[in-house]
Design a binder for this molecule. Structure first.
Ligand code: NAD
Length: 517
């Protein structure tokens, strides 16, 4: 479906510069620019005010929806949808998965000044334009803030805003540089549609087999030109039986030692395909294209691969880093909101571990998923992995929230998604750290607020604390060790390898599971 050049979509309030920036941007990129309102007016042979007068707002919105659907079927455009187009979530969903949406922002004063300079804008006709603009901004505040990519335009020229967008469009190369774990990461909009070319640019040639799951195949239809194996989706399928299907397909497609496996999906697909690549013919190269937030900021980094056994998660595996990780934020547009929130638990964890600014941006800023935030979250994990490639010390910091989280996840019989259980674990461990005098006062409440803000749970009322405690130990049996905690000290700083007094732990788990808040 998206095998052609992505669109670039500009949205924002009246006066934010969608049309003028769109024209300059299109010229700079050698693309066509489409202003949806102009197209609607041309199609109807009437001005927008005439359309409103003759057909009412509902009639206009019907035409607008038709145009949005038409534009979503095209590619390589710079598109400025009308100011109200994304009030209808269906229009937004259609266009958002064809290309990045940049939401242009400006102060109310700047918007009004531009509207006056422009003249002839409907908003200026009648009394109190400033008041009406304020009311429009207030009504659409949540909508505007919900776009991950925000571009501030106050005090910037049209050219400067276009420059800022061009900079956002450039892919960002990153690397994990640790002995035995060296691999490249490319992060950028629209990379999935260029997948075969990107593989070739990185000298990943030879027979290739793309492995994905049924949800991703349906939502993204990745690289239709490559031979493909579509697996059933979900953790229950992360098994040796499913890996055998990958081996079978490798043989059917004649993959030899020079062959390439390409994983396109969440952490389940990445872990499984990586494990198949580690073991098929004693090891072949693989590329990983994570399509969930969790997989982009966590599972795709660090070279761990593996599958579950009936006795527990990730009990069989290998260190086998991919030759290349390709992370395309556009793929996140089709991710179910619950999965996005689950991924945010790991992003918040990364902020807590090593990037206070990433954390504070999530306390107040717009929705997650823009390139900067992804890059920052990825860099935290890269730094930790590079400092401790063999998991002898600092990598223990990544366990923050996971020691308790694993117990919660298992005690809920996997009713909580992994990320949701990690959110509860993060909260439990932050409160514990405060009670132990390790963390600065107020940190746990601050963490609870940011977790709740992005729609994550912080408590698991009704689960039995002793069951969570027992399952925490069961998880550690594979390490044969005592229960060790990573605990936060302050934003951006954790301490790891901590033994926690049993009574304090029970108290924390009791608070976590209490029925009354
Ligand atoms: P997942 O792979 O099951 O994906 C979650 C769901 O989203 C699935 O139903 C999937 O089909 C669907 N999906 C994926 N991308 C989509 C898209 N773009 N649009 C629509 N639907 C989409 O789960 P996950 O949360 O990505 O990963 C969890 C797994 O990652 C666990 O098995 C965990 O053990 C593993 N993991 C591994 C590491 C590591 O270091 N190797 C680290 C953390 C987690």
């Amino acid at each position: 479906r998206r095998s052609r050049a992505m669109n670039i979509i500009l949205y924002g309030p009246p006066g934010s510069g969608k049309t003028s920036v769109g024209q300059v941007l299109a010229q700079r990129l050698g693309r066509a620019f489409v202003d949806a309102d102009i197209l609607i007016a041309a199609r109807a042979g009437r001005t927008i005010p005439q359309l409103f007068a003759e057909r009412g707002e509902a009639g206009f919105r019907r035409l607008e929806a038709e145009i949005c659907a038409e534009l979503a079927a095209q590619s390589g455009l710079v598109i400025a949808p009308g100011g109200g187009a994304f009030l209808d979530p269906a229009n937004r969903a259609r266009l958002e998965c064809t290309g990045p949406v940049f939401c242009l922002r400006a102060s109310a004063d700047a918007l009004l000044a531009r509207l006056h300079a422009d003249g002839g804008r409907p908003l200026l006709a009648g009394d109190d334009p400033a008041g009406r603009l304020q009311a429009l901004l207030a009504a659409r505040r949540t909508l505007y803030a919900s776009f991950p990519a925000q571009i501030e335009t106050t005090g910037r020229s049209v050219e400067q805003v276009a420059d800022a967008i061009v900079a956002q469009l450039a892919p960002r190369p990153l690397t994990v540089d640790a002995p035995g774990l060296r691999h490249a990461i490319v992060l950028g909009y629209g990379l999935l549609e260029r997948l075969p070319a990107l593989l070739a640019e990185h000298a990943l040639t030879g027979a290739a087999l793309l492995v994905t799951d049924e949800n991703v195949a349906r939502a993204l239809d990745p690289a239709p030109a490559l031979p493909r194996l579509v697996l059933p989706a979900g953790e229950p399928h992360k098994t040796l039986d499913t890996v055998r299907l990958i081996y079978d397909a490798c043989l059917t497609h004649g993959l030899d030692r020079a062959g390439l496996l390409v994983a396109v999906g969440g952490g389940v697909i990445g872990d499984m395909v990586g494990f198949a690549a580690a073991t098929y013919l004693r090891g072949v190269r693989w590329a990983n294209v994570p399509t969930t937030l969790l997989a982009m900021v966590d599972a795709s980094l660090g070279g761990k691969t593996g599958v579950d056994l009936p006795q527990g998660k990730n009990l069989v595996g290998a260190f086998h880093p991919p030759a290349l990780v390709i992370s395309d934020p556009l793929t996140l547009a089709t991710l179910p909101p619950r999965e996005t929130a689950a991924g945010l638990a790991e992003v918040i964890k990364h902020g807590l571990i090593g990037d206070a600014e990433l954390f504070t941006a999530l306390e107040t800023g717009p929705a997650f998923g823009n390139l900067e935030q992804l890059e920052r979250a990825i860099r935290v994990k890269i730094r930790v992995v590079e400092a401790d490639p063999f998991e002898r010390g600092q990598r223990g910091a990544l366990n923050l929230g996971h020691t308790s989280g694993h117990g919660v996840e298992a005690a809920s019989e996997f009713a909580f998604l992994h990320g949701e259980a990690v959110a509860i674990g993060l909260s439990a461990e932050a409160h514990l750290a405060e009670r132990l005098g390790l963390a600065e006062a107020g940190l746990a409440d601050r963490l609870d607020r940011v977790l709740s803000r992005v729609g994550l749970p912080t408590r698991c009322p009704g689960l039995a604390p002793e069951r969570i405690r027992a399952l925490m130990s069961a998880d550690k049996k594979k390490a044969g060790g005592r229960l060790k905690f990573a605990l936060p000290r302050r934003l951006g700083e954790v301490t790891w390898g901590i033994d926690v007094d049993e009574a304090a732990l029970r108290e924390a788990l009791t608070a976590l599971t209490a029925l009354a808040a």
